[in-house]
Design a protein around this ligand. Structure first.
Ligand SMILES: *Cc1c(COP(=O)(O)O)cnc(C)c1O
Length: 384
């Protein structure tokens, strides 16, 4: 098999488009040069569309978690109270970060595979009047749930004065997001999911309300001091050495996203979600999430013991050169997850489903070859 044809269908890192790869190969330039400053400033400006904000978007060198941590250390102090909505592994991460800094965490747990609904949140927040920030996950990558962030933001606005802080690492750039209109106070994402880049950049924006809180605080960290990034961006630069090559790549990503246009990008991801779900349903593999909360970027399947998810993944990887993800934490070994975001298009979904059918056949699961492909094709032809 061709190692450079490995088909990566995990929910991040995602495949890098050749144009982006090429852009990242440009010779290094000085990070304090005029050339870099103008590249950096215009690229940061172009990210605003995907955040749905007029506020500045800050770019830092770090994985997505660095921006999660940044949102905590700039807004809260030890013994402050925060609410964390936990619908899977990434909600857990927000809770852990808060706890590490001595913040009093009130967890709102929902079963993995389900979404946090506005009703549950309303009841929860009414009993927590001292909460200063509410942390939520837009796409919960560990389960494939897209939480109803717009409605949750409205609940936070109506029931408290808390800041609403959202992790959109595995969906921003692929789904609708209107940070300003919906009332999100801090929105964070990363480079290696729908933004089609390697890991290494994190993006963060804050509302005017959030900035009032941030300005009054001494941050609980040094590298992640948001005020330092704001001061530097005003001078078209970063406080510390930026990941120059990734910024080269980011500019090409912005070109690609603008060529396709956000409305079409959103439709493409919804179509890939619908094709994946139709295909898996036709193969009688249970979906982990209800249609209403299914993420357009990642789909989780729970075979419920009908076959070994790890065996399926192994056959896909070794016989078909196709990589999908397993489960995290207590779902490890039990479920599998298909990433369909970023540099992925509807025809790629046909390939994924076809390979899954063949791999299931290989491991002795009674599937009708072509049944899932047919169902996905039917969804696709009704859209073109
Ligand atoms: C990938 C991901 C992150 C960031 O993880 P890193 O490994 O730090 O890049 C955070 N939240 C969600 C929902 C994710 O999917």
């Amino acid at each position: 098999m061709f190692t450079d044809k490995m088909i990566l269908r995990i929910p991040g890192p995602t495949p890098i488009p050749p144009r982006v790869q090429q852009a990242m190969n440009q010779p290094m330039i000085g990070h304090r040069s005029g050339q870099f400053s103008s590249l950096f400033a215009r690229t940061a400006e172009r990210l605003k569309t995907y955040f749905g904000t007029k506020q500045d978007v800050y770019i830092l060198a770090g994985s997505g978690t660095s921006a999660l941590e940044m949102s905590v250390v700039n807004t809260l102090q030890p013994n402050d109270e925060a609410a964390v909505l936990v619908s899977g592994a990434f909600g857990e991460r927000f809770a852990k970060i808060c706890e590490r800094f001595g913040i009093v965490v009130h967890r709102l747990d929902v079963p993995w595979g389900e979404a946090v609904t506005p009703d549950i949140l309303t009841d929860f927040l009414r009993e927590k009047p001292r909460v200063k920030a509410v942390f939520a996950t837009y796409c919960e990558t560990s389960t494939g749930v897209l939480n109803p962030i717009r409605e949750l933001a409205q609940v936070v606005r109506e029931t408290s004065d808390a800041l609403f802080i959202v992790d959109a690492v595995s969906c921003l750039g692929a789904v609708a997001c209107e940070m300003d209109d919906w009332g999100i106070d801090i929105l964070v994402t990363g480079s290696q999911k729908a933004f089609m880049l390697p890991t290494g950049l994190a993006f963060i924006a804050a509302s005017e309300r959030a900035w009032k809180v941030i300005e009054e605080q001494k941050p609980l960290a040094f590298y992640l001091d948001l005020k330092a990034y704001r001061k530097s961006l005003a001078e078209k630069t970063t406080p510390y050495t930026p990941a120059v090559s990734l910024i080269f790549g980011l500019e090409e990503v912005c070109n690609m996203l603008e060529e396709e246009g956000l409305p079409q990008i959103i439709r493409r991801h919804e179509l890939m979600r619908d094709m994946t779900r139709a295909g898996m349903r036709a193969l009688n593999i249970p979906l982990m999430t209800a249609d209403a909360y299914a993420s357009p970027t990642v789909t989780s399947l729970d075979p419920k013991g009908a076959f070994d998810a790890e065996e399926l993944r192994k056959v896909l990887r070794t016989k078909f050169n196709l990589v999908i993800a397993g489960g995290q934490q207590h779902l490890k070994g039990k479920i599998f997850r298909i990433g369909h975001m970023g540099y992925c298009e509807p025809l790629d979904v046909i390939q994924i489903i076809s390979a899954i059918e063949m791999a299931l056949h290989q491991i002795g699961v009674g599937v009708e070859l072509g049944a899932g492909v047919k169902a996905a094709q039917e969804v696709l032809v009704s859209h073109v």
